[in-house]
Design a protein around this ligand. Sequence first.
Ligand code: HEC
Length: 153
Amino acid sequence: MKSRVLQVITGIAILFVLIQFIPVDRSVPSTEADKDFLNIHKPNHEMAMLVINACYDCHSYKTNYPWYSKVAPVSWWMQGHVEEGRENMNFSLWGNYTTDRADHKLEEAIDMIEQEEMPLPAYVWAHSGAQIDQKERKKLINWIASLRTYHEE
Ligand code: HEC
């Protein structure tokens, strides 16, 4: 019985080592700095840090990978979110967005932050650096709202 348990544990350990060799593509295309959301809107340092820490990992090409996000299977899960996040909204390509598109994304961003759907809760749980408190949420929402082209009453 004991040796059976040992076999299973050894099997899992070997599998864990082996999956580390499955390549994960973290390459990004080269981008122009003047297309970057923060370079375009130039917020103060506090706001820039909030956006970078809470959103840029998944919504830009400037992803900062914490060490554990490079360990499989977490790495697969993380890269999946990064790619899906960039597809939805990419702050590194902000300068390519039309006025309408940019405004719509800002509107969605405000909703997401308000409803606490962004930054992704599962990610914040694993990565406390992305955590934003209620005050920061408000500040971020106010700043993003100030960037909108169209204002609803
Ligand atoms: C861990 C990765 C991750 C982080 C961090 C993150 N997002 Fe996202 N975001 C996603 C993914 C994945 C999607 C697409 C799936 C979804 O909507 O849940 C998404 C979608 C969105 C969308 C589009 C929603 C739609 O309906 O099209 C907006 C807007 C958004 N995020 C804003 C933000 C903002 C603002 C922040 C920072 C406060 C942020 N996100 C942080 C992963 C992330």
